[in-house]
Design a protein around this ligand. Structure first.
Ligand code: GUN
Ligand code: ZN
Length: 432
């Protein structure tokens, strides 16, 4: 049995903050305690109360740092760590020029294993404890991904991309091999330890109608698996997708008619949508995923979270590494703030922190396990040092309150602001 008691300024969320004054949504302890045992949070609350309950348990005092739930990244690409910051292209050219060659290297399992180690190191350095990743077309890339996540005890989601056209030959599967390989990977990984499988038809452009049907059959056969794909990211992409499925009534309808929409479906980007599509996303309970730094980097457009929310859809938020400009969910939330400004709206700092923790857990349907500091949930936590860098320290000297402190972390924070990352109750931040 491993047991420990953490002390620090703790912040978690009971629900989505409805506005800047909605302190009821927050679970805030100036002197907080967290009793961890065998990977779970046994108790949380005021330190004195939790300490009395825990008895003689080793204490780690993180004061004056903040303890928050581990960050969740709802969309990124495992094989794209080495193409972050690749210059000069928009989506379809970027895929051909940088992405597909990088993914082709994952035919070599040794490369996949090396990259899996670097990938999980980076996630834990920047405080991400759960992510939903697209692996490459090669089943071995999924094995490398989940093997490394399991070694670190992380709750990870992911799956092999299905793609049988419009990519280099070495990256193509077939409808049948995609089906068979995915079935085998689900049997090998889904629900094993903390791993969860996400069916991953890459996007409509790289799947034939026959493969889309195979993807729909897999989704029907495995209703407890997530489905992740890309939707309406870029005007040229939309035009090509629609031309490849002329019978469909728009891009979203391609996925709808293949049975791929539902509460476990994550639709990366989802930028260029009309009212009917937003309503349909909401009706099916599917989740758009905002990828703010990626959308800026590839010049894809401005995600309209408010319009989706008004339609009744709940959106996730993600880095979209390797098109994303930062691995950090703090910086990602900071970029979402800037994009909301361009839309004439303000993203509240506490709501932004909710979004990268409990909000993404809600979207993944995993709030009973991750995303909060609630007793009974899994002990994935981040300890944040608001004075970690000279610019943060200078800013913090003038910080007004908790909200101001959180906002500075979202805009200026990175791996240096992460003092520790707990996975399954164990300190796990890699030290270079
Ligand atoms: N659409 C299809 N594949 C991808 C990808 O790898 N990255 C992004 N940003 N969009 C995609
Ligand atoms: Zn993506």
């Amino acid at each position: 049995m491993t047991e420990r008691l953490l002390r620090g300024r703790s912040l978690s969320f009971r629900r989505e903050p409805l506005g800047p004054a909605d302190t009821e949504a927050c679970d805030w302890q100036e002197d907080g305690g967290l009793w961890l045992r065998d990977g779970l949070i046994v108790a949380s609350g005021p330190y004195a109360e939790v300490a009395a309950l825990a008895g003689p348990v080793p204490v780690t005092d993180h004061r004056p740092h903040l303890i928050v739930p581990g960050f969740i990244d709802a969309h990124l690409h495992f094989p794209q760590g080495q193409i972050v910051a690749s210059w000069g292209a928009q989506l379809l050219d970027w895929l051909d020029t940088y992405t597909f060659p990088a993914e082709a290297r994952f035919a070599d399992p040794a490369h996949g294993a090396r990259m899996a180690c670097a990938f999980h190191d980076l996630l834990l350095m920047i405080g991400t404890t759960t992510a939903s990743a697209f692996c490459s077309v090669h089943p071995a890339s999924v094995d490398a991904y989940f093997t490394e996540g399991a070694r670190r005890g992380m709750r990870m989601l992911g799956g092999k991309v299905l793609m049988d056209r419009n990519a280099p030959v070495g990256l193509l599967d077939t409808p049948q091999s995609a089906y068979d390989d995915t079935e085998a990977l689900i049997a090998r990984w889904h629900g094993k330890g903390r791993a969860l499988y996400a069916l991953s038809p890459r996007f409509a452009i790289t799947s034939t109608p026959a493969q889309m049907e195979a993807a729909g059959a897999l989704a029907a056969a495995h209703p407890d698996c997530h489905v992740q794909t890309h939707l309406s990211e870029n005007p040229d992409e939309i035009a090509l997708a629609c031309s490849l499925f002329p019978e469909a009534d728009g891009y979203l309808d391609i996925y709808a008619r293949h049975g791929l929409l539902g509460p476990r479906t994550l639709l990366g980007h989802a930028i260029h949508l009309n009212d009917r599509e937003r309503a349909r996303i909401a009706e099916t309970g599917s989740h758009p995923v905002h990828c703010p730094t990626s959308n800026l980097f590839l010049g894809s457009g401005l995600f309209d979270e408010a319009a989706l929310k008004a339609a009744g859809a709940t959106s996730g938020i993600a880095t979209d590494i390797g098109a994303g400009m930062s691995w950090s969910m703090l910086r990602t939330a900071g970029a979402a703030y800037a994009i909301a400004q361009l839309k004439g709206r303000q993203l509240d700092p506490l709501r932004a922190l909710w979004w990268i923790t409990r909000g993404n857990a809600d979207v993944l349907g995993l709030t009973d396990r991750i995303g909060t500091l609630d007793p009974g949930t899994e002990a994935d936590l981040v300890v944040l040092d608001s004075r970690a860098t000279p610019e943060l320290a200078l800013r913090m000297d003038a910080a007004q309150d908790l909200k101001d402190e959180v906002f500075a972390l979202l805009v200026l924070g990175d791996d240096r602001a992460v003092a520790e990352t707990y996975v399954n109750g164990i300190p796990s931040k890699p030290r270079p």
